[in-house]
Design a protein around this ligand. Structure first.
Ligand code: HBI
Ligand code: FE
Length: 289
């Protein structure tokens, strides 16, 4: 964890075997609660008409805007009544196997610390704003809730098959950076975009990135960058379609993925259904494409 500035006060918190810790909600300062409120208000302003309807509807049902940083226990009681999911506090990234085991049991591990003011716009490790505001609302959607549990179960299988890298690409291009085709046009559902005001505008409106129809095997062959906006966004047709795609046995897919090409993040293939061919301007300017 990149934490040299000591911004994550949970780093050395005592943790259980499943890596969960105590959120200790009373320990957040007034400044930290205020920071959540400002992040939250800005995000909702940007996401009106940009986030998918399922996200906006669930965020309001979950009452994430009650004031200040959510108490994960109380939030979980509301969420559990909707889809059986709970949110459990962790200090930061947890090992893959632990992460998948939580998801497979309908528990979402969420970082308990909030980003410092100096990293208001961007930080690399997941904080409570990214994890709760970005990931949790869609877990109140029954279809998405099933998909995430299937991903957790699939993660444990992928580890045994040595296919974790391929499965992580699926997570990256859907759960973190996915777009969805909605009646009014493209909308955001990926948590990495939803929790970044700048990338929320970029992902939908900037001419630089490709926007390509989602294809499971194609996505699992596509590398990604973690330290800049994405060069390609993949667009799912609907949540039921995503759930159905991921409910199938990945065994034969993994057999095929064991050989054949890997694609660069900005590459466009003749077989792609391209919704927008990116100019790559942002990435060319940075010497990255
Ligand atoms: N831990 N807390 C946390 N959050 C994540 O999103 C996460 C993780 N550990 C592993 C992990 N993600 C990825 O390796 C998998 O999605 C592939
Ligand atoms: Fe995330």
């Amino acid at each position: 964890m990149t934490d040299a500035a000591g911004v994550n006060r949970y780093r050395n918190a005592p943790r259980r075997a499943d890596w969960t810790i105590d959120q200790d909600w009373r320990s957040y300062s007034a400044e930290e609660h205020d920071r959540w409120d400002r992040l939250h208000a800005r995000a909702l302003r940007v996401l009106e008409g940009r986030a998918c309807a399922e996200f906006l509807e669930a965020a309001s049902r979950l009452r994430l805007s009650e004031g200040g940083i959510p108490d994960m226990g109380r939030l979980s009681d509301r969420l559990e009544a909707m889809t059986g999911w709970r949110v459990v506090p962790v200090a930061g990234l947890v090992p893959d196997e632990i992460f998948f085991d939580h998801l497979a049991n309908r528990r979402f591990p969420a970082g308990a610390f909030i980003r410092p003011e100096s990293q208001f716009d961007y930080l690399e490790e997941p904080d409570i704003f990214h994890d709760i505001f970005g990931h949790v609302p869609l877990l109140a959607d029954p279809v998405y809730a099933d998909f995430m549990q299937a991903y957790g179960r699939g993660g444990l299988r992928a580890m045994r098959r040595g296919m974790l890298r391929q499965l992580a690409r699926l997570y990256w291009y859907t759960v973190e950076f996915g777009l969805i085709e909605a009646p009014g046009g493209l909308r955001i559902f990926g948590a990495g975009i939803l929790s970044s005001a700048a990338e929320s505008v970029f992902a939908l409106e900037d001419p630089s990135p490709n926007r390509i129809a989602f294809d499971l095997e194609r996505v699992m062959r596509t590398e990604y960058v973690i330290d800049d906006f994405q060069q390609s966004y993949f667009v799912i047709e609907s949540f039921p379609a995503l759930r159905a795609t991921c409910a199938q046995d990945f065994g034969p897919i993994y057999d095929r993925l064991a050989t054949g090409p890997t694609f660069a993040p900005g590459e466009v293939l003749p077989t792609d259904r391209v919704l927008h061919r990116g100019s790559m301007a942002r990435f060319l300017a940075r010497g990255r494409a």
